[in-house]
Design a protein around this ligand. Sequence first.
Ligand code: PXG
Length: 470
Amino acid sequence: MNAPTKADVLSTQELQALDSAHYLHPFTDHGDLASRGARVIVKAEGVYVWDSEGHKIFDAMSGLWCVNAGYGRKELADAAYAQMMKLPFYNSFFQTTNEPAVRLAAKLASLAPEVGGRSFRHVFFSSSGSESNDTNVRMVRRYWDLLGQPERKVIISRHNAYHGSTVAGASLGGMSGMHAQGDLPIPDIVHIEQPHYHVHAAAGESPEDFGKRAARWLEEKILAVGPERVAAFIGEPVQGAGGVIIPPASYWPEIQRIVDQYGILLISDEVICAFGRLGHWFAYEKFGMRPDLVTFAKAVTSGYVPLGGVMVGDRVAQVLIDKGGEFNHGYTYSGHPVACAVALANLELMEQEGMVERVRTELGPVLEEKFEDLQHHPLVGVAETCGLVAGLTLVKRKQGLVPFDEADGAGMICRKHCFDNGLIMRAVGDRMIIAPPLCMSLAQVDELVALIRHCLDATLTELRDKGLLA
Ligand code: PXG
């Protein structure tokens, strides 16, 4: 088949045919996609995207948890254009640097709050969250080698965590479906259970008690592995891809106590949680965490161009710098000038519009209130928010939170009604999740919640018609 030329105008069907002929999508059953044809997204503005058939869709997932500043921001396009014309690329390998990367590193260091006397003055750049977590594995092991403790190799993570899709990222993550493909995890990465109150709490156990108990699974694992072999613990402050799992307030302080007690490093993976999503520039501040390394990506550029990295706290940076010699690690695009220029413009825009504060003081509380109302919907067992992420658990029967059978596909049914009604809301099993752009107006919050309610009603009707309700 000939590739289309620039002059060819392609119909939706032609695009779909070319798509299934040539394009292997991420996390996709390709045979299934070919049989139905991919939805083609053609343009976007504010909180909306449009498909090739002209449907306007409220993008309550901000692309993929990343378009925090919203679509169509000219400031970001201008920054990319200007930087491309001035210096589209140069590497940072051979004792060279570039101005946007330097400025961005300094800016990020200024935005990352000091906690408990620990500050972040250094940044290592990559192009994605997965790469950044690979960097973390390399950096953590290098750190312990330099301190003369090479036996400290084990990194502890959690089941149902998401830390990326490279070999190290997928190993750190706790997705069983990913581990099943490609012999993962790699050696010396082990997992404990997630702090999911509604799944793992004992009958009558308070969130406070459960949070502490869940944190102590870390201590049990450290003791089982041998404390002298443990290098680090990694976690998302709020698990995103796992279904917006918000830990009880007691969880992170207890985790902090344990990592401090055993002297192991703490990695806060904030690929989703940073840059205003939870009402702070960095989420560790909100949860009483004192991480040594912080993974970021996605919203640092509002997703306009790929950029990721690791905020490196003083404890690790000082060892790398003072004792390190050469750290044999880096990417062609570490400190890419265009990506860094877009990130700078994005952070500046978010500051000018007070977006982070607005999530904390206005949008977050309003969304929380509206989700408390949704809690009364007959299909909703649990409705929770944290800043501008939220999750709704669909249940067969409200009383006792009786779940649907997996085969009922309640989440998928709901997701279909969302798509059909102009709303992008993700389904993780029967947990419906959102992470809308931070630029939303209050009227758009109302619009979003009304759409969600409408889609829940449609789902309820379909489930009732199919006889799937208890
Ligand atoms: N850490 C976290 C916490 C993430 O959410 C990554 C690392 C990896 O980032 P990259 O840029 O390499 O994709 C992520 C990415 C989903 C979904 O289904 C979530 C992500 C990626 C793809 C799908 O919610 N998060």
